[in-house]
Ligand binder design. Sequence first.
Ligand SMILES: Cc1ncc(COP(=O)(O)O)c(C=O)c1O
Length: 305
Amino acid sequence: MPITPTPKIWMNGSLIDWDAAQVHVLTHTLHYWMGVFEGIRAYETAEGPGIFRLTEHIERLHNSAKILMMDLPYSVEELIDATKAVVVASGLPSCYIRPIAYYGYGEMGLNTLPCTVDVAIACWPWGAYLGDDALSKGVRMKISSWTRHDHNTMPPASKTTGNYVNSSLAKVEALKAGYDEAIMLNKHGLVSECTGENIFVSRGGKLISPPLSAGALEGITQSSVMTIARDLGFETALGDLARSDLYIAEEMFVCGTAAEVSAVNSVDDRAIPCPGPMTKAIGEEYGKAVRGQVDRYKDWVEHAV
Ligand SMILES: Cc1ncc(COP(=O)(O)O)c(C=O)c1O
């Protein structure tokens, strides 16, 4: 989906014009993919744009950087303020927000210790990642031929730019084969996650989602969904899933900041009941929660002003 420019991008401490936010072709991270980023959404609320779980996203950015031994030059509080400033400057009621920290221009070679760390935060309008009707009609999934990267190769706990080479290989493979999205298995053959979403599978009436140990990112939507599911009276747990669990699932959905809650209608051409009753109820409640419309989840929504 093409990007729609907004007035300002926050770069290294200042709000600058969108077109001025440029990097040199010899920027370190462009060559070696050692950068960390976040994907965050702000939703329209009665009190202006509400940023969903902003603090948790910025804390995860800091943790991602720590795993890479990258020293972020801005505190969590400074990056929260900067994110709010970008959203306000955009004038948008809702948007997708992309903070990124990367090694900048000046050094080359694989030793990152002497490199400068640059940080930028942009936002722009972005609709539902897997389609507007993904909750009602569902998406077609394919199990990827690509194996999810592992803790001792590319740590999945860090939302590192380089990790997404693995995701993009799987995504393009799935799209070219006529599917909407890929499910990735880890090196043990167990289900890990999708290219940009966590996965929930119902077996025996219980919703199971693979944990970090299976190679999945610890999704902020995954954790929100588990809370919502329990509050709605559904049983849910983190746990391992085999490929065959997917084929005979009673219902299934994927979730993430970009994709929100998207139902799954088939995996490798095996039909899954869609949308299942738990998927529908959780997806609808999530849609209200992110917009600050559910009292018990109001703390999840951080207002830009
Ligand atoms: C690989 C991967 N898994 C899961 C997720 C879902 O994470 P979150 O809910 O924090 O957006 C994302 C999105 O950031 C992702 O890129």
